[in-house]
Design a protein. Structure first.
Lengths: 167, 505
């Protein structure tokens, strides 16, 4: 945990420095007649963030904060597996949205999660995987008129049929 | 018009068919969300906000407020039957609720929780109705320095009273504020903080992206990790005559705790960093302190259920008071409601009482109606909620992920936001593991667009002199309190160290 605490502080420090540098694209000082410049607010806030990361790192090195006092690993076996199987699936889900569209991506994601990870019966898996995207289609695309991503062109015939139902 | 007739109009608005249906749907959904471990009012409101774009703003906020309300009731259900707080606001309810359930008195605990919640909510509603209009009329005279001072006070309470690691809390606040600055500089119109020159950042970072990322993705992964899939439920048998009997016994033994929770919760709820969780813990502590049977606390005393449950409902209404009258949310959930109001084109703050009286009083009226339906639905459907609590996490979690992704897309209709949401989700999970508080960041991204212009306008007024915040009648004292709060943890440390050395010498 201690190493994770210090590493995280380091990453956040880099982020703060990047945001400070990015803020300097605009005026960070006081402009006579128009008040503080556009970069003033984010610049100084990022500077405070940088200061905080230094304090967090010092507390980590001196074992002053609770995470730096335990010897538990930051990610144990279960947490790592959880992250790979769940987090990885979420990344795949988002990638799939751009390829096959939102609704088919939801279908595939639910088959994976409910059927494969959850080991639920075929009936439960199939009814959720088919029911949820259909319900979402009628609610968001239909009722709220917010068209969800349709993915690449090969899904067009499917959506031609579906849009025929709601428009 | 006086308060009473405004409130009557509000009632009439709240019981219109659409609003009434939304209230009942909202409290029912809220009860379920509150009961489900790992899901609290803030998760529910953040994930479901995009869904409400369907109905008019007045009805949308009534629906979301009903969820908020219902979740406060629902938290008790899993605290009592499973021994796991359904939401952080119900942590204190487990102290006595779980022992009661293990003694076979689960139904008594559930009924006491419901009734105490109802009384807490009712007291808070009355206090709200009395305090809101005068506070709003005072706040009307506030200029930019006063508003900025109030923002500082909101953030200072997180530092001084939040109880989390100080540098981590400040970092979280600043990060949220910087994120809110992404997009265009409102005053000069120049593009600002377009990270890595990705054009998706040009439309800014919607607060929902951060809120859903933190509460929909990050918190879910964290819950999956920390519960490790082990949950057990105690059965509770409920019958009509049993409920009446329990109600009589429960109220006889817990009226004092209910009173403490109802009043104490409201005032703690008003503080931005405090809200319902510390409110309920505090009410539990005070009830235990003043009780003649304090040694029975922790072993299953109904008073130990009543005090925190009355307090968390009361606090959730208390948190709405600064949100509506000053435009400063009293809790992360109300921060999301506030962000929603901005999306709907309503400017939160005192002008709302003059410009949109129908909206304000309809919402206040809905508090009363929601409170009434929440207690009815709660007691009537307890068996159903206990059955629903058996929904395996492997079904619930993917549904929440899907709803988060769809909701994140629906807000701005840009895949860039959905990716950002996922990145925030992973980040939130790691930071959560290292005890970084994330609620301040969500509050900050909502308040940033109000805080920054008021700071810049104030400094323009004073031609760059920061003393403007201290020299004005109202902003001065607020700033001083804020600064004291920020340094409070440091002062405490010095004080205790001083005492320790004295004791040694």
């Amino acid at each position: 945990m201690r190493r994770a605490e210090i590493t995280t502080a380091g990453v956040l420090a880099l982020l703060s420095i990047y945001m400070m540098w990015k803020s300097t694209e605009l005026q960070i000082g006081y402009i006579r007649g128009s008040g503080p410049g556009g970069g003033f607010w984010p610049f100084w806030l990022s500077a405070i963030m940088l200061l905080c990361t230094v304090l967090i790192a010092i507390n980590g090195v001196r074992r002053k904060s609770p995470p730096s006092q335990t010897d538990e690993p930051f990610l144990d076996g279960f947490a790592l597996k959880n992250l790979v199987f769940v987090g990885g699936a979420l990344v795949a889900f988002l990638l799939l949205i751009s390829v096959v569209g939102m609704h088919i991506a939801i279908f595939l994601f639910l088959i994976y999660y409910v059927g494969f990870l959850g080991r639920h019966s075929f009936v439960v898996t199939a009814s959720l995987a088919i029911g949820v995207p259909i319900a979402f289609f009628f609610f968001f695309d239909g009722l709220m008129r917010i068209p969800m991503p349709t993915g690449m062109a090969f899904t067009n015939p499917l959506y031609d049929v579906l849009y025929g139902l709601i428009y | 018009m006086d308060t009473f007739s405004l409130l009557t109009d509000g009632f009439l608005l709240a019981v219109q068919p659409l609003n009434l249906a939304l209230i009942i749907a909202g409290v029912t959904l809220g009860l379920f969300i509150g009961a489900m471990p790992g899901l609290g009012s803030v998760n529910g409101v953040a994930i479901l906000l995009p869904v409400t774009f369907l109905v008019p703003p007045g009805s949308a906020i009534i629906f979301l407020a009903a969820i908020y309300y219902g979740a406060m009731y629902g938290g008790a259900i899993s605290s009592i039957t499973m021994g796991i707080p359904g939401a952080s606001t119900a942590v204190a309810t487990t102290f006595d609720g779980r022992p009661l359930a293990l003694k076979g008195r689960a139904s008594l605990a559930l009924v006491v929780a419901a009734i105490a919640s109802f009384i807490g909510g009712s007291v808070a509603n009355i206090l709200f109705t009395l305090f809101a209009p005068p506070l709003a009329s005072v706040a009307l005279s506030f200029g930019p320095p006063e508003i900025f001072a109030l923002m500082m006070l909101a953030f200072a309470t997180f530092v001084g009273l939040g109880g989390d690691d100080i540098p981590k809390t400040i970092l979280s606040i600043c990060f949220g504020l910087v994120l809110s600055a992404v997009g265009f500089d409102a005053i000069s119109g120049a593009p600002r903080l377009v990270f890595f020159d990705i054009s998706g950042f040009l439309h800014g970072i919607n607060f929902l992206v951060l809120a859903i990322g933190v509460y929909g993705i990050g918190e879910m992964i964290w819950t999956l990790d920390s519960t490790r899939g082990k949950l057990t439920t105690t059965k509770a048998s409920m019958s009509f005559s049993g409920v009446i009997k329990d109600a009589k016994e429960g109220m006889g033994r817990s009226w004092k705790g209910t009173t403490i929770g109802s009043f104490g919760g409201f005032f703690v709820g008003m503080l931005p960093a405090a809200g319902a969780t510390p409110g309920s813990l505090m009410a539990y502590g005070v009830a235990k302190m003043v009780s003649r049977e304090s040694q029975e606390f922790g072993k299953g005393h109904p008073e130990g259920v009543a005090a925190p449950e009355a307090a968390n409902n009361s606090a959730s209404t208390g948190a709405m008071l600064p949100m509506l009258t000053l435009g400063i949310p009293g809790s992360p959930t109300t921060a999301i409601l506030l962000g929603g109001m901005i999306i709907w084109g309503l400017v939160p703050g005192p002008r709302l009482f003059i410009d949109e009286p129908e909206f304000v009083w309809g919402l206040i009226g809905s508090f009363y109606v929601s409170n009434f339906f929440a207690v009815i639905v709660n007691i009537a459907l307890i068996p159903l909620f206990i059955w629903m609590l058996r929904t395996p996490f492997t079904i619930l979690a993917p549904m929440i992920f899907v709803l988060s992704v769809v909701g994140g897309y629906a807000a701005m209709q840009d895949m860039h936001d959905v990716w950002l949401l996922l990145i925030f989700g992973f980040g939130a999970y790691f930071l959560r593991k290292l005890d970084y508080p994330l609620a301040p960041a969500v509050l900050a991204i909502v308040l940033g667009p109000i805080a920054e212009p008021t700071l810049r306008q104030s400094l323009l007024l004073s031609s760059g002199d920061p003393m403007i915040f201290f020299s004005r009648g109202i902003s001065g004292p607020i700033m001083v309190i804020a600064i004291i709060l920020i340094f409070l943890p440091l002062l405490k440390k010095i004080f205790y160290r001083g005492r320790a050395t004295k004791a040694r010498a």
